[in-house]
Design a binder for this molecule. Structure first.
Ligand SMILES: *Cc1c(COP(=O)(O)O)cnc(C)c1O
Length: 345
Protein backbone atom coordinates (compact mmCIF):
# COMPACT_ATOMS: atom_id res chain seq x y z
CA UNK A 1 0.00 0.00 0.00
CA UNK A 2 1.51 3.29 -1.07
CA UNK A 3 1.11 6.05 1.49
CA UNK A 4 3.73 8.30 -0.09
CA UNK A 5 1.28 10.24 -2.22
CA UNK A 6 -0.50 11.61 0.86
CA UNK A 7 1.03 14.65 2.58
CA UNK A 8 2.34 13.73 6.00
CA UNK A 9 3.99 15.56 8.89
CA UNK A 10 6.30 13.50 11.12
CA UNK A 11 5.81 13.72 14.87
CA UNK A 12 7.76 10.60 15.91
CA UNK A 13 11.13 9.81 14.42
CA UNK A 14 11.36 6.16 15.43
CA UNK A 15 9.27 2.99 15.33
CA UNK A 16 7.50 2.60 18.69
CA UNK A 17 9.11 -0.21 20.72
CA UNK A 18 7.81 -3.76 20.66
CA UNK A 19 8.47 -5.39 24.03
CA UNK A 20 7.79 -8.72 25.72
CA UNK A 21 6.15 -8.44 29.15
CA UNK A 22 7.65 -11.37 31.13
CA UNK A 23 6.38 -10.45 34.59
CA UNK A 24 2.91 -9.55 33.40
CA UNK A 25 2.75 -12.78 31.39
CA UNK A 26 3.63 -14.78 34.53
CA UNK A 27 1.09 -12.94 36.69
CA UNK A 28 -1.63 -13.41 34.09
CA UNK A 29 -0.87 -17.15 33.74
CA UNK A 30 -1.15 -17.58 37.51
CA UNK A 31 -4.73 -16.27 37.29
CA UNK A 32 -5.73 -18.39 34.27
CA UNK A 33 -7.25 -21.90 34.45
CA UNK A 34 -4.48 -24.51 34.82
CA UNK A 35 -1.93 -21.76 35.56
CA UNK A 36 -1.19 -21.20 31.85
CA UNK A 37 -1.91 -18.16 29.70
CA UNK A 38 -0.80 -16.34 26.55
CA UNK A 39 2.58 -14.62 26.11
CA UNK A 40 1.83 -10.92 26.18
CA UNK A 41 3.78 -8.35 24.18
CA UNK A 42 3.19 -4.63 23.96
CA UNK A 43 3.64 -2.04 21.22
CA UNK A 44 4.36 1.28 22.86
CA UNK A 45 2.22 3.77 20.94
CA UNK A 46 2.05 5.63 24.26
CA UNK A 47 5.60 6.75 23.35
CA UNK A 48 4.59 8.48 20.11
CA UNK A 49 5.50 12.15 19.70
CA UNK A 50 3.58 15.27 20.83
CA UNK A 51 2.59 16.07 24.41
CA UNK A 52 2.61 13.14 25.51
CA UNK A 53 1.76 11.09 22.46
CA UNK A 54 -0.80 8.41 21.85
CA UNK A 55 -2.71 6.89 18.96
CA UNK A 56 -4.04 10.32 17.87
CA UNK A 57 -0.47 11.34 17.02
CA UNK A 58 -0.41 8.91 14.07
CA UNK A 59 -3.73 10.13 12.69
CA UNK A 60 -2.72 13.76 13.07
CA UNK A 61 0.40 13.27 10.95
CA UNK A 62 -1.92 12.95 7.96
CA UNK A 63 -4.75 15.23 9.13
CA UNK A 64 -2.53 18.19 9.98
CA UNK A 65 -0.58 17.78 6.74
CA UNK A 66 -3.92 17.97 4.91
CA UNK A 67 -4.90 21.07 6.92
CA UNK A 68 -1.63 22.78 6.01
CA UNK A 69 -1.99 21.79 2.35
CA UNK A 70 -5.43 23.45 2.38
CA UNK A 71 -4.05 26.69 3.87
CA UNK A 72 -5.78 26.43 7.26
CA UNK A 73 -4.53 28.45 10.23
CA UNK A 74 -6.84 27.01 12.90
CA UNK A 75 -7.64 23.41 13.88
CA UNK A 76 -11.15 22.77 15.22
CA UNK A 77 -11.94 19.45 16.85
CA UNK A 78 -14.13 17.87 19.53
CA UNK A 79 -14.07 15.35 22.34
CA UNK A 80 -15.10 14.43 25.88
CA UNK A 81 -14.00 16.52 28.90
CA UNK A 82 -10.74 14.56 29.41
CA UNK A 83 -10.11 14.18 25.67
CA UNK A 84 -6.68 12.85 24.73
CA UNK A 85 -7.52 13.60 21.12
CA UNK A 86 -8.13 17.32 21.87
CA UNK A 87 -4.88 17.56 23.85
CA UNK A 88 -2.77 15.93 21.11
CA UNK A 89 -4.46 18.01 18.40
CA UNK A 90 -3.60 21.13 20.40
CA UNK A 91 0.02 19.99 20.74
CA UNK A 92 0.22 19.47 16.96
CA UNK A 93 -1.30 22.92 16.39
CA UNK A 94 1.25 24.55 18.70
CA UNK A 95 4.10 22.76 16.96
CA UNK A 96 2.86 23.90 13.54
CA UNK A 97 2.14 27.49 14.60
CA UNK A 98 -1.63 27.04 14.20
CA UNK A 99 -4.44 28.07 16.55
CA UNK A 100 -6.76 25.43 18.02
CA UNK A 101 -10.36 25.41 19.28
CA UNK A 102 -12.40 22.58 20.84
CA UNK A 103 -16.04 21.67 21.23
CA UNK A 104 -16.31 19.56 24.40
CA UNK A 105 -19.27 17.19 24.76
CA UNK A 106 -20.36 16.74 28.36
CA UNK A 107 -21.57 13.14 28.07
CA UNK A 108 -21.75 13.05 31.87
CA UNK A 109 -23.57 16.29 32.88
CA UNK A 110 -21.39 18.71 34.84
CA UNK A 111 -18.22 16.70 34.17
CA UNK A 112 -16.24 19.41 32.37
CA UNK A 113 -14.28 21.42 34.89
CA UNK A 114 -12.02 24.18 33.61
CA UNK A 115 -9.54 23.68 36.43
CA UNK A 116 -9.51 19.84 36.36
CA UNK A 117 -6.19 18.01 36.27
CA UNK A 118 -4.99 15.71 33.47
CA UNK A 119 -5.80 16.72 29.91
CA UNK A 120 -7.87 19.75 30.97
CA UNK A 121 -4.82 21.20 32.68
CA UNK A 122 -2.82 20.66 29.50
CA UNK A 123 -5.48 22.41 27.39
CA UNK A 124 -4.72 25.54 29.41
CA UNK A 125 -0.98 25.00 29.65
CA UNK A 126 -0.62 24.75 25.86
CA UNK A 127 -2.95 27.68 25.27
CA UNK A 128 -6.13 26.48 23.60
CA UNK A 129 -7.76 29.47 21.90
CA UNK A 130 -11.39 28.70 22.80
CA UNK A 131 -13.48 25.87 24.24
CA UNK A 132 -17.23 25.54 23.64
CA UNK A 133 -18.97 23.11 26.04
CA UNK A 134 -22.15 21.44 24.74
CA UNK A 135 -24.51 18.88 26.35
CA UNK A 136 -24.22 15.13 25.66
CA UNK A 137 -25.95 14.05 22.45
CA UNK A 138 -25.35 17.39 20.66
CA UNK A 139 -24.65 17.33 16.93
CA UNK A 140 -20.88 17.69 17.11
CA UNK A 141 -20.38 18.22 13.38
CA UNK A 142 -22.84 21.13 13.45
CA UNK A 143 -21.24 22.59 16.59
CA UNK A 144 -17.77 22.46 15.00
CA UNK A 145 -19.16 24.06 11.85
CA UNK A 146 -20.37 27.00 13.96
CA UNK A 147 -16.88 27.40 15.43
CA UNK A 148 -15.38 27.25 11.92
CA UNK A 149 -17.76 30.05 10.84
CA UNK A 150 -16.64 32.20 13.79
CA UNK A 151 -13.04 31.63 12.71
CA UNK A 152 -13.93 32.61 9.13
CA UNK A 153 -15.62 35.82 10.35
CA UNK A 154 -12.26 36.75 11.91
CA UNK A 155 -10.72 36.45 8.43
CA UNK A 156 -9.04 33.12 9.18
CA UNK A 157 -9.41 29.58 7.89
CA UNK A 158 -10.46 26.60 10.03
CA UNK A 159 -9.86 22.91 9.37
CA UNK A 160 -12.34 20.61 11.10
CA UNK A 161 -11.04 17.31 12.47
CA UNK A 162 -13.80 14.86 13.49
CA UNK A 163 -13.89 13.29 16.98
CA UNK A 164 -10.90 11.04 17.56
CA UNK A 165 -9.46 12.08 14.18
CA UNK A 166 -11.34 9.11 12.74
CA UNK A 167 -12.03 9.59 9.07
CA UNK A 168 -10.35 8.13 5.98
CA UNK A 169 -7.35 10.48 6.18
CA UNK A 170 -6.83 9.91 9.92
CA UNK A 171 -7.08 6.15 9.41
CA UNK A 172 -4.00 6.33 7.18
CA UNK A 173 -2.02 6.75 10.40
CA UNK A 174 -2.88 3.19 11.39
CA UNK A 175 -2.13 1.86 7.93
CA UNK A 176 1.32 3.36 8.54
CA UNK A 177 1.38 1.59 11.92
CA UNK A 178 0.51 -1.75 10.27
CA UNK A 179 3.42 -1.26 7.88
CA UNK A 180 5.75 -0.28 10.72
CA UNK A 181 4.72 -3.39 12.66
CA UNK A 182 5.18 -5.63 9.63
CA UNK A 183 8.74 -4.34 9.21
CA UNK A 184 9.48 -4.78 12.94
CA UNK A 185 8.21 -8.37 12.95
CA UNK A 186 10.46 -9.10 9.96
CA UNK A 187 13.51 -7.34 11.42
CA UNK A 188 13.14 -8.87 14.89
CA UNK A 189 11.99 -12.32 13.74
CA UNK A 190 8.71 -12.11 15.65
CA UNK A 191 5.28 -13.40 14.86
CA UNK A 192 2.01 -12.86 16.66
CA UNK A 193 -1.17 -14.91 16.86
CA UNK A 194 -3.39 -11.99 17.82
CA UNK A 195 -3.42 -8.22 18.14
CA UNK A 196 -5.55 -6.65 20.88
CA UNK A 197 -6.53 -3.03 20.29
CA UNK A 198 -9.05 -0.51 21.60
CA UNK A 199 -12.08 0.34 19.51
CA UNK A 200 -13.69 3.75 20.08
CA UNK A 201 -14.17 6.33 17.34
CA UNK A 202 -12.69 3.48 15.26
CA UNK A 203 -9.81 5.11 13.35
CA UNK A 204 -7.28 2.92 15.12
CA UNK A 205 -9.10 -0.41 14.78
CA UNK A 206 -10.42 0.45 11.29
CA UNK A 207 -7.05 1.76 10.06
CA UNK A 208 -5.35 -1.42 11.25
CA UNK A 209 -7.98 -3.64 9.60
CA UNK A 210 -7.39 -1.74 6.35
CA UNK A 211 -3.62 -1.97 6.74
CA UNK A 212 -3.66 -5.68 7.57
CA UNK A 213 -6.00 -6.55 4.67
CA UNK A 214 -4.10 -4.39 2.20
CA UNK A 215 -0.70 -5.75 3.23
CA UNK A 216 -1.92 -9.33 3.61
CA UNK A 217 -0.97 -9.48 7.30
CA UNK A 218 -3.00 -12.41 8.58
CA UNK A 219 -2.97 -11.72 12.30
CA UNK A 220 -6.52 -11.58 13.70
CA UNK A 221 -7.30 -8.23 15.34
CA UNK A 222 -9.44 -8.18 18.50
CA UNK A 223 -11.04 -4.77 19.07
CA UNK A 224 -12.14 -4.15 22.66
CA UNK A 225 -14.98 -1.62 22.76
CA UNK A 226 -14.50 1.41 25.01
CA UNK A 227 -18.01 2.79 24.50
CA UNK A 228 -20.04 0.26 22.48
CA UNK A 229 -20.75 -3.49 22.30
CA UNK A 230 -20.34 -5.48 19.08
CA UNK A 231 -23.67 -4.70 17.33
CA UNK A 232 -23.01 -0.94 17.49
CA UNK A 233 -19.23 -0.95 17.13
CA UNK A 234 -18.67 -3.39 14.26
CA UNK A 235 -20.48 -1.34 11.57
CA UNK A 236 -18.49 1.78 12.55
CA UNK A 237 -15.16 -0.02 12.25
CA UNK A 238 -16.15 -1.69 9.00
CA UNK A 239 -17.14 1.66 7.51
CA UNK A 240 -13.87 3.27 8.64
CA UNK A 241 -11.75 0.41 7.24
CA UNK A 242 -13.60 0.57 3.92
CA UNK A 243 -13.21 4.36 3.70
CA UNK A 244 -9.45 4.01 4.24
CA UNK A 245 -9.11 1.30 1.57
CA UNK A 246 -11.20 3.36 -0.86
CA UNK A 247 -9.07 6.46 -0.24
CA UNK A 248 -5.98 4.37 -0.98
CA UNK A 249 -7.59 2.94 -4.10
CA UNK A 250 -7.23 -0.63 -2.86
CA UNK A 251 -9.83 -2.90 -4.41
CA UNK A 252 -10.85 -4.88 -1.31
CA UNK A 253 -14.34 -5.18 0.23
CA UNK A 254 -14.21 -5.39 4.01
CA UNK A 255 -16.44 -8.17 5.38
CA UNK A 256 -18.03 -8.35 8.83
CA UNK A 257 -15.80 -11.39 9.53
CA UNK A 258 -12.76 -9.10 9.15
CA UNK A 259 -13.92 -6.94 12.05
CA UNK A 260 -13.87 -8.69 15.41
CA UNK A 261 -15.34 -6.56 18.23
CA UNK A 262 -15.63 -7.51 21.90
CA UNK A 263 -17.96 -5.67 24.27
CA UNK A 264 -18.69 -5.91 27.97
CA UNK A 265 -15.57 -4.23 29.38
CA UNK A 266 -16.47 -0.53 29.12
CA UNK A 267 -19.58 -0.50 31.27
CA UNK A 268 -21.12 1.18 33.24
CA UNK A 269 -20.43 4.03 30.79
CA UNK A 270 -17.74 5.50 28.56
CA UNK A 271 -15.13 7.19 30.78
CA UNK A 272 -16.56 5.78 34.04
CA UNK A 273 -14.40 3.27 35.88
CA UNK A 274 -15.00 -0.34 36.87
CA UNK A 275 -13.12 -2.84 39.05
CA UNK A 276 -11.68 -4.81 36.14
CA UNK A 277 -10.10 -1.64 34.77
CA UNK A 278 -8.54 -0.96 38.19
CA UNK A 279 -7.16 -4.52 38.35
CA UNK A 280 -5.65 -4.19 34.86
CA UNK A 281 -4.05 -0.78 35.52
CA UNK A 282 -2.57 -1.96 38.83
CA UNK A 283 -1.39 -5.28 37.37
CA UNK A 284 0.62 -3.76 34.51
CA UNK A 285 1.96 -0.93 36.72
CA UNK A 286 3.05 -3.36 39.45
CA UNK A 287 4.56 -6.06 37.21
CA UNK A 288 6.17 -3.98 34.46
CA UNK A 289 6.12 -0.35 35.64
CA UNK A 290 4.05 0.66 32.62
CA UNK A 291 1.04 2.91 33.28
CA UNK A 292 -2.29 2.50 31.52
CA UNK A 293 -5.12 5.04 31.53
CA UNK A 294 -8.55 4.57 33.17
CA UNK A 295 -10.76 5.50 30.19
CA UNK A 296 -9.23 3.45 27.37
CA UNK A 297 -6.17 1.25 27.83
CA UNK A 298 -7.15 0.10 31.35
CA UNK A 299 -10.43 -1.26 30.01
CA UNK A 300 -8.76 -2.65 26.89
CA UNK A 301 -6.21 -4.52 29.00
CA UNK A 302 -9.07 -5.73 31.24
CA UNK A 303 -10.47 -7.21 28.02
CA UNK A 304 -7.19 -8.98 27.24
CA UNK A 305 -7.06 -10.37 30.80
CA UNK A 306 -10.70 -11.49 30.63
CA UNK A 307 -10.27 -13.21 27.26
CA UNK A 308 -7.15 -15.01 28.53
CA UNK A 309 -8.99 -16.26 31.63
CA UNK A 310 -11.88 -17.48 29.47
CA UNK A 311 -9.43 -19.36 27.25
CA UNK A 312 -10.39 -17.24 24.25
CA UNK A 313 -6.73 -16.13 24.08
CA UNK A 314 -5.01 -19.49 24.33
CA UNK A 315 -2.16 -20.66 26.54
CA UNK A 316 1.14 -20.23 24.76
CA UNK A 317 -0.11 -17.98 21.96
CA UNK A 318 1.71 -14.70 21.31
CA UNK A 319 -0.63 -11.78 21.88
CA UNK A 320 0.35 -8.22 21.06
CA UNK A 321 -1.34 -5.43 23.05
CA UNK A 322 -1.34 -2.00 21.42
CA UNK A 323 -0.81 0.67 24.10
CA UNK A 324 -2.64 3.66 22.65
CA UNK A 325 -1.58 6.19 25.34
CA UNK A 326 -3.94 8.42 27.31
CA UNK A 327 -1.72 8.80 30.35
CA UNK A 328 -2.63 12.37 31.42
CA UNK A 329 -6.18 11.34 32.31
CA UNK A 330 -4.71 8.98 34.93
CA UNK A 331 -4.20 12.08 37.06
CA UNK A 332 -7.88 12.98 36.87
CA UNK A 333 -8.77 9.51 38.28
CA UNK A 334 -6.04 8.86 40.85
CA UNK A 335 -8.26 7.66 43.72
CA UNK A 336 -10.32 5.36 41.46
CA UNK A 337 -7.21 3.72 40.03
CA UNK A 338 -5.73 3.21 43.50
CA UNK A 339 -8.92 1.34 44.46
CA UNK A 340 -9.93 3.97 47.02
CA UNK A 341 -13.48 4.47 45.70
CA UNK A 342 -16.46 2.17 45.19
CA UNK A 343 -16.74 1.04 41.57
CA UNK A 344 -19.04 -1.38 39.75
CA UNK A 345 -17.61 -4.77 38.71
C1 LIG B 1 -8.88 7.71 21.34
C2 LIG B 1 -8.24 6.64 22.13
C3 LIG B 1 -8.49 5.27 21.87
C4 LIG B 1 -9.52 4.81 20.87
O1 LIG B 1 -9.05 4.95 19.56
P1 LIG B 1 -10.09 5.24 18.38
O2 LIG B 1 -9.24 5.41 17.19
O3 LIG B 1 -10.88 6.44 18.76
O4 LIG B 1 -10.98 4.04 18.26
C5 LIG B 1 -7.79 4.32 22.58
N1 LIG B 1 -6.90 4.67 23.53
C6 LIG B 1 -6.65 5.97 23.83
C7 LIG B 1 -5.69 6.27 24.91
C8 LIG B 1 -7.31 6.99 23.15
O5 LIG B 1 -7.06 8.27 23.47
Amino acid sequence: MDLSRFPRRRYTNFATPLEFLPNFTRALAASCPGGKGPNVWIKRDDMLGLFPGGNKTRKLEFLVADALAKGADTLVTCGAPQSNHCRITLAAAVKEGLKCRFVIEERVPGSYKVDASGNNFMFRLMGVEAITVVPGGSNMAAEMQKVAEDVARAGRKAYIIPGGGSNAIGGLGYVACAQELQQQMFDEGLSFDRLVVGSGSSGTHGGLVAGFLGNNIRIPIVGIGVSRDLPDQQPLVLKEAQAVLDLLGVDIKVKPADVHCVGGYWQPKYSMGNQRMVEAVQMLARTEGIPLDPVYTGKIMAGLIGLAREGELKAGENVLFLHTGGLPSLHAYEREVLGETELPA
